[in-house]
Design a protein around this ligand. Structure first.
Ligand SMILES: NC(=O)c1ccc[n+]([C@@H]2O[C@H](COP(=O)([O-])OP(=O)(O)OC[C@H]3O[C@@H](n4cnc5c(N)ncnc54)[C@H](O)[C@@H]3O)[C@@H](O)[C@H]2O)c1
Length: 304
């Protein structure tokens, strides 16, 4: 089996590509390297195509493959440029979708918990979306396109609504990297971890190894679906700080400051995992404690 991973040199894409290789699957990475880190894929022996997902001639550039895992996107949730966001994330997605339909191959793509906005929790795939920013809106447009195929679909399409992913390979993301990574960077320098007042925002933090595994399992799906991929637990920023303190053997106290994004900020995210468990027979294996410990001990303190 041969699988194309778009955005394969980015954070989640590179973790997915590595897992696929470990599972004996041939991988082709497509990335325009605009927001990637080549070091994420240095250890991977696979074909690399440098191309834009908006390229109208993708068909000529991509070899014979059996499925596409589409991760490429602009991922800065604070970017306010609707035109750019929709062009890359939605029009680019449609280009990939058309490509898959033309080739009659399966498509798995990264959606986001952002589509739920400030909706009720735990968040269910069936609840009405309410995106709060350009990024979430662009992901909502992709999902809306896919809903059209629920009854009759020329190919199986799986939209994975990732929640708050953290783990190795995200350092190039800067201010868009996970809270776990940003807090770690401050705390390893013995600086007080800075969080929005009063650190009680709750997020469904999910380790990238679980996300990669769920994405791999989605290759088995034979119908069109949109499904949550999270840990299923909402943990506060204060809790993240205490977990990092424990792993680093420190006792740093948070410094709170006003949230400039209050109106468009998701204060509470938590995935309902019923559909994930039913369809993929998968329960995430990493608690926040276990994921943060693996991340810091096996990756961050080895490279920093
Ligand atoms: N990280 C998270 O917490 C999270 C949560 C929900 C959804 N997602 C989604 O998961 C996917 C992967 O996100 P990530 O966190 O790995 O981000 P990332 O920014 O590390 O990866 C995105 C990759 O896409 C590439 N890319 C961007 N524009 C491109 C284009 N026009 N053509 C080709 N390649 C292009 C970038 O160079 C980068 O390698 C994205 O679709 C993102 O929206 C991520």
């Amino acid at each position: 089996m041969k699988v194309l991973v778009t955005g394969g040199s980015g954070f989640i894409g590179s973790n997915v590509a590595r897992l696929l290789k470990e599972e004996g699957i041939d991988v082709v990475i497509l990335d325009d390297f605009s927001h990637a880190d080549f070091r994420n894929i240095l250890d991977l022996d696979c074909e690399v195509i440098c191309a834009d997902i908006l390229d109208e001639n993708l068909d000529k550039k991509i070899p014979k493959i059996d499925a596409v895992i589409h991760q490429a996107a602009l991922t800065d949730t604070t970017l306010k440029d609707d035109r750019k966001m929709v062009a890359v994330n939605f029009v680019g997605f449609k280009n990939i979708l058309d490509f898959c339909i033309k080739r009659r191959i399966k498509l798995i793509y990264a959606s986001s918990a952002g589509v739920y906005g400030k909706g009720p929790t735990p968040m269910k795939e069936t609840q009405p979306p309410s995106p709060l920013n350009s990024y979430s809106y662009s992901k909502y447009l992709c999902d809306r396109e896919v809903v059209k195929f629920f009854k009759k679909s020329p190919i199986p399409i799986a939209g994975l609504r990732y929640f708050n992913v953290y783990g190795p390979g995200e350092s190039h993301k800067g201010k868009s990297s996970s809270m776990v990574f940003q807090l770690y960077l401050q705390m390893k320098e013995d600086k007080p971890p800075r969080v929005f007042k009063y650190g009680e925002q709750r997020r469904d933090f999910v380790y990238v190894k679980d996300v990669a595994y769920a994405t791999f399992l989605a290759l088995n799906l034979s119908h069109t679906v949109i499904v949550n991929v999270g840990r299923g637990e909402a943990r506060s920023f204060n809790e993240v700080i205490s977990v990092i303190n424990k792993v680093l053997n420190k006792n740093l106290q948070p410094e709170y400051f006003d949230n400039p994004y209050q109106e468009v900020y998701q204060e509470f995210t938590q995935a309902d995992l019923s559909l994930l468990k039913k369809l993929l027979k998968f329960t995430p294996r990493y608690s926040l404690e276990k994921g943060v410990e693996d991340y810091i001990k096996n990756y961050l303190t080895k490279t920093a």
